[in-house]
Write a protein that binds this ligand. Structure first.
Ligand SMILES: Cc1cc2nc3c(=O)[nH]c(=O)nc-3n(C[C@H](O)[C@H](O)[C@H](O)COP(=O)(O)OP(=O)(O)OC[C@H]3O[C@@H](n4cnc5c(N)ncnc54)[C@H](O)[C@@H]3O)c2cc1C
Length: 341
């Protein structure tokens, strides 16, 4: 081990994943800056070892103890790179808590990520699945991603376009899978914010509050209110947000479903038809369904919750039961959004 890197053995991950699964990592290393990361991968010790990067553990389901090494990045500086008449460019290091970045931008009245308020986790994980909520996605404001390339053993940058963002998708889940550690992300936020209000009940909630010309702060406060009412707080009930992605379906499947359910909701994204997975789960009779320690959350059936001391395997089996039931009923295969380890 080099420098002042912190290494722990047989380290409990219970408080480091939002499902609160009680597993241990054989080795857990906290890396405090990019140079330490470089040193780590240049040391013969780690070059041969398998490892996993862990941020806030809010998009991960552990089903077993981790025999590999876990790397956790603690560097979290935020710096303003430049600013012009219209935009401010911010560079955020990977370990920064995502919602702290949202709060900072809201305080400065900068627009672009206010609808992504209250998404748990770190900046470093955010590009991997192109986090999104309430009509905004990370890709709308992301300029570039800096990462450590584990194949070429050096720091590299990818532009927004090179990241190949899609719905909960990016190059990091495909070609670059397991070949990178994200070290920072640069954003371009607007000094003349245009609120995005056409998703869910955002505009309803705003009009209920009597707000006519909402500021960035008003919008983010409304999002916080909606999310608090709808989603379980992982500190109180273990969960990882939406367990499944909303499936893309063929027009013909939608038509078939419409025969039986004329009110089936659907929307277009990336020129494809999507049906909300929450609706499919609800219509399969699984809203608020519970088996032992695991269940779907009554207010939002797309969220699988750990009501007690569930194991990762119990949660995985429950998720597979949901997949099977939805497949049998609708002929649609749900795909997990959560990373299953
Ligand atoms: C209550 C709740 C609500 C949520 N709501 C939303 C939502 O509205 N929209 C949404 O998109 N997501 C949502 N999520 C999912 C989650 O918050 C995001 O996916 C988040 O970006 C995960 O960040 P993390 O740091 O916790 O990642 P982790 O769970 O620690 O890691 C996720 C994946 O990224 C990898 N990883 C993490 N950091 C790095 C890094 N620096 N370099 C390389 N790989 C890395 C991990 O190995 C893992 O494969 C929600 C989760 C919860 C619990």
């Amino acid at each position: 081990m080099t420098g002042k890197m912190k290494l722990f053995e047989n380290y409990s991950l219970k408080e480091l994943n939002t499902f609160h699964i009680d597993v241990k990592a054989k080795r857990f290393i906290i890396v405090e800056n990019v140079n330490e990361l470089k040193e780590l991968f240049n040391s013969s010790e780690l070059s041969a070892v398998k490892f996993l990067t862990l941020g806030g553990g809010s998009n991960i389901l552990f089903t077993k103890d981790i025999d590999d090494t876990i790397i956790h990045l603690s560097f979290n500086q935020l710096s303003e790179l430049k600013s012009d008449d219209n935009f401010v460019y911010l560079k955020a290091e990977a370990g920064l808590i995502w919602d702290d970045l949202v709060k900072y931008s809201v305080e400065k009245n900068l627009g672009g990520i206010e609808n992504l308020a209250m998404i748990p986790g770190t900046v470093g994980a955010a590009p991997i699945q192109n986090i999104g909520a309430y009509g905004q996605e990370l890709k709308d404001t992301l300029v570039e991603v800096e990462f450590y390339d584990l194949i070429e053993n050096k720091i590299r940058c990818l532009s927004n376009e090179q990241c190949q963002f899609g719905y909960r998708d990016s190059v990091f889940k495909n070609e670059l899978k397991n070949k990178f550690i994200i070290t920072s992300v640069t954003f371009r936020l607007s000094k003349n914010p245009v609120p995005v209000l056409n998703y869910g009940n955002v505009s309803n909630e705003l009009s209920k509050s009597g707000i006519k010309n909402p500021t960035v702060k008003d919008v983010s406060n409304i999002i916080r209110k909606i999310r608090t009412e709808k989603l379980p707080d992982p500190d109180l009930i273990g969960n990882a947000g939406s367990f499944f992605k909303n499936p893309f379906v063929e027009e013909q499947i939608l038509q078939q479903i419409r025969k039986k359910f004329p009110d089936v909701p659907s929307f277009n994204q990336e020129n494809k038809i999507k049906i909300p997975a929450a609706w499919l789960i609800e219509k399969s009779g699984l809203k608020g369904f519970r088996k032992g320690n695991v269940g779907t959350y009554p207010n939002q059936p797309l969220v699988i919750v750990n009501y007690g001391n569930a194991t990762g395997t119990e949660i995985l089996e429950f998720a597979m039961f949901i997949q099977k039931t939805v497949l049998e009923k609708f002929n649609i295969q749900l795909e997990p959004e959560v990373n299953i380890i």
